[in-house]
Design a protein around this ligand. Structure first.
Ligand code: FDA
Ligand code: NAD
Length: 435
């Protein structure tokens, strides 16, 4: 203590973006001792998407070190020893609690001081909690959120303790749909509640949602739409026993999992950098308004060239690519070189049960549904195109092969004109494959 730890580069946050940034630094050339990663989590960067999927499998569940970055994109697996070998310092279980960008200083909860020449902010997101809305009883035991490894461990532990019990999932977004399925696969009696008229309204059209809702219902999941939790009942041990709905109904529950959205972690930097759209504003190189400070992943509000708009993206593909772009830009700027500007095509995906979908582009405009969207089909395969100003701008596909998904990406990138909507509906995948 008292000593200042200086690094040429510091990454604050040790999640997906931090891991991919470290690999890119190594590729670009890094001297031992130049880079430090400071993470609140106790483990080296890993592929966060595993936590709501393989991590919760009843048999052969994924556990670290299996899913350290960069295996999620088919890359090499960076074990703790890799960082050591490269002379990259990992400060784990270390939370930064104070930041002064003007003096390039970071202070940890334990009082350590870090200084840097270049900083990459990669603090990601934190969950929105029902206690934030002061919902009665929301602090009961066995009400879980899922963001970090520790959360997943607590959930997995209680799934063992409450074997074959009743689970209520609050929220119909990514976490709700993925964890709801995982609980069902683990033989829980699962109910899902959400306020909207259909699941995943951020992305799904009513027609897309109808498929997943029926599929989940066929698996025995009870979906109650258009409702919210207004309170929780607990037993004398403080464990949750029931979820009170706004319509007066009470759902019995041994475990509650809440996924009601995330908020990007920008608090440490408030008033020190420009913000936009709930994130830290960056340029196409992920440079913030503060010299020497970059922001990547969930926290970055960056220009999407394709749509001529600043956006934030809370998905893993962007975390990986923005990290790589920022490191390339940092290294190039040191030698006065220019790199190509970022030209990101939004890409989201999810998996649950035997289902797997991918989405590319922008979900705006009119939609056209195609393919076999019968939830009882042995192998459903269907999709949707979004059409704006006569051009296809977004493409969704459930059950696609790698080649078919590639075709969907291509179509969202090239934005072909649609002459005849009826024909597009008839052709479906064939339309994408011939582009
Ligand atoms: P990320 O959250 O990965 O990392 C941030 C890190 O910073 C954390 O380790 C945190 O502890 C640390 N940190 C924060 N504040 C700190 C501080 N003050 N001091 C020190 N450390 C600090 N996306 C997708 O496209 N497909 C998918 O299937 C999934 N699945 C999925 C499942 C689950 C359970 C979650 C929670 C999220 C997903 N996502 C996803 C989203 C995806 O994981 C997410 O967009 C990326 O992890 C974002 O990467 P970042 O590096 O920006 O943040
Ligand atoms: P989300 O934004 O996807 O979904 C939030 C959902 O919460 C809404 O759709 C709504 O149904 C529901 N909701 C809002 N207020 C509610 C209330 N008071 N009561 C009940 N329901 C309410 O957020 P999430 O699912 O919590 O995911 C958190 C973060 O993790 C996001 O950044 C997400 O992108 C990321 N994530 C991504 C993936 C993926 O890409 N496959 C998977 C898991 C998590």
């Amino acid at each position: 203590l008292g000593l200042v730890k200086y690094f040429r580069y510091i990454i604050i946050g040790g999640g997906v973006a931090a891991g991919y940034a470290a690999r890119e630094f190594d590729r670009q050339g890094l001297k031992p001792g130049e880079l430090a990663i400071i993470s609140k989590e106790a483990v080296a960067p890993y592929e966060r998407p595993a936590l709501s999927k393989g991590y919760l499998n009843p048999k052969g569940a994924a556990r670290l070190p299996e899913f350290h970055v960069c295996v999620g994109s088919g890359g090499e697996r960076l074990l703790p020893g890799w960082y050591k070998e490269k002379g990259i310092q990992l400060f784990l279980s270390t939370e930064i609690v104070k930041v002064n960008l003007g003096s390039r200083t970071l202070i940890s909860a334990a009082g350590e001081t870090f200084k840097y020449q270049t900083l990459i902010i990669a603090t990601g997101s934190t969950v929105i909690r029902l206690t934030d809305f002061k919902i009665e009883g929301a602090d009961a035991k066995n009400i879980f959120y899922l963001r970090e490894l520790e959360d997943a461990d607590e959930l997995a532990e209680s799934m063992k303790a409450k074997k074959n019990g009743k689970a209520v999932i609050v929220g119909g977004g990514y976490i709700g749909l993925e964890v709801g399925a995982a609980m069902r696969i683990n033989n829980f009696d699962v109910s899902m509640i959400y306020p909207e008229p259909w699941c995943m309204p951020r992305l799904f059209t009513p027609a897309i949602a109808a498929f997943y809702e029926s599929y989940y219902a066929n698996k025995g999941i009870k979906i109650i739409k258009g409702t919210v939790a207004v309170g929780f009942n607990a037993n004398p041990n403080g464990e949750v026993t029931g979820v009170k709905l706004n319509n007066g109904r009470v759902l019995e529950a041994d475990i509650v999992v809440v996924g009601v959205g995330a908020r990007s972690l920008t608090t440490l930097f408030k008033g020190q950098v420009e913000e936009e759209k709930g994130g830290i504003k960056t340029d196409k190189f992920f440079k913030t308004s503060m010299p020497g400070v970059y922001a990547v992943g969930d926290v970055a509000a960056f220009p999407i060239k394709l749509y001529n708009e600043v956006r934030r993206v809370e998905h893993v593909d962007h975390a990986r690519k923005s990290a790589e772009q920022a490191v390339k830009a940092i290294k190039a700027s040191e030698t006065g070189k220019e790199i190509e500007e970022y030209d990101y095509l939004p890409y989201f995906y999810s998996r649950s049960f035997n289902l797997s979908w991918q989405f590319y582009g922008d979900n705006v405009g009119d939609t056209v549904l195609f393919g076999d969207n019968n939830p009882s089909s042995p192998k459903p395969k269907f999709g949707s195109f979004w059409i704006k100003d006569g051009k296809v701008v977004g493409a969704f596909l459930e059950g696609g092969t790698p080649e078919e998904n590639k075709a969907m990406a291509k179509i969202a990138r090239l934005q072909p004109r649609v002459e005849n909507v009826d024909q597009l509906k008839k052709e479906g995948l064939a339309f994408a494959s011939k582009i």
